[in-house]
Design a protein around this ligand. Structure first.
Ligand code: KG4
Length: 339
């Protein structure tokens, strides 16, 4: 009998549902919320309302596209956290209702673990690209920057993480002060491709171990803008490409330095990247460069699996189902949880 899992993701501003059967993705439907663009960031209350509107059609569409009947589902996996509480509540409550009506178990999924396990999603039965255990995963998103040692599907250790801002926040906040809109990461990436990454120098942190810090970079970026704007009010407009290229290069340098150190110290050359910032073309190039220079076997996700999606929730649910790792019906969402 195949194992068929429905995954539901609602932790931030994407409502998504996916069906995975024996590790193979049958559908992955994502409704992104454009409502936040006008505000320069995600507005939690608007996000939960949009999830409420989207969740029924998104789940129905995922089941339809998968070509299965609801009665074939073995379990409902849902993101329990971390994320926005109101948003998580919509997905969690829906999962409970559906699981109760179908009389199937529920599986809680940690959003961060799901980003890591996205590397195990198969798009066809003979799709064999998954990393081998143990591997290192650089998880970089709008809210997290972590180096994770992945020992098994259900065994992950965070060996380094940001002590302040996340890498995505560095992109988003610097983009915001340059008036580039939200989310800033993709815009910075696009402009960076046309600029000189050596034009400006921003400060890099000096902290022990594998931890990250991005707030110093942000401050030094702001100071550069402040000083140069005094001399030339058009400084940003004239230099935005070089500013973006230098910012992006600094973020990537900070990320790769610690990852290289972890790989060397632990003797692990199987290295993956996950999360929204892994869409960054400079970071992807840096991974390919490290593969050539240090003999790493790198794993870079498809663009569609870098941002929030339910396929990563469903695949995590699939592996937890194999361990019969279910959660009680009264499971409540958490805004903050670590791996
Ligand atoms: O994982 P994710 O979709 O969601 C949350 O963390 O909630 O990550 C979103 C982050 C944002 O900070 C966004 O600016 C960043 O990923 N991002 C990028 C790129 N695409 C998205 N950062 C740099 N370059 C990109 N191409």
């Amino acid at each position: 009998m195949p194992i068929t899992i429905l995954g539901i993701e609602s932790s931030c501003d994407d409502t998504s549902a996916s069906v995975i059967q024996d590790g193979v993705m049958l559908s992955n439907v994502i409704a992104s919320q454009a409502v936040h663009e006008a505000y320069g960031g995600v507005v939690p209350e608007l996000a939960s309302r949009a999830h409420q509107q989207n969740i029924v059609p998104v789940v129905s569409e995922a089941i339809k596209r998968a070509g299965i009947k609801k009665s074939e589902l073995n379990a409902i996996a849902f993101t329990r956290g971390p994320g926005l509480l109101g948003s998580l509540l919509v997905g969690t409550s829906f999962a409970k209702g559906l699981a109760a009506s179908l009389k199937v178990p529920m599986i809680e999924v940690n959003h961060l673990q799901a980003h890591v396990l996205a590397h195990f999603i198969k798009e066809s039965p003979d799709d064999e690209h998954a990393p081998l255990f143990p591997f290192l995963c650089l998880l970089v998103s709008g809210g997290n920057s972590q180096i994770i040692k992945v020992n098994a599907y259900n065994n992950m250790e965070v060996i380094g993480q940001t002590i302040d801002d996340a890498a995505g926040e560095a992109f988003d906040k610097c983009a915001k002060v340059m008036g580039l809109g939200y989310p800033g990461g993709p815009v910075v990436n696009r402009l960076a491709n046309e600029g000189n990454s050596k034009a400006f120098t921003f400060s890099k942190p000096h902290i022990a171990g594998y931890d990250y810090s991005f707030s110093g970079l942000k401050t030094s970026f702001l100071y550069t803008l402040r000083d140069r704007l005094k001399e030339d009010p058009d400084f940003i407009e004239k230099n935005k490409r070089d500013l973006c290229a230098s910012l992006q290069a600094t973020v990537i340098d900070i990320l790769m330095n610690k990852l290289r150190k972890a790989s060397k110290d632990l003797g692990i050359k199987e290295v993956a990247v996950a999360g929204g910032v892994s869409a960054n073309s400079g970071l992807r190039d840096a991974f390919l460069d490290h593969a050539r220079r240090y003999g790493w076997k790198v794993h870079i996700p498809k663009f569609s699996f870098t941002t929030d999606n339910a396929a990563m929730v469903a695949i995590t649910g699939y592996y937890k189902y194999r361990d019969q790792d279910f959660c009680p019906m009264d499971a409540a969402p958490f805004s903050r949880v670590t791996i």
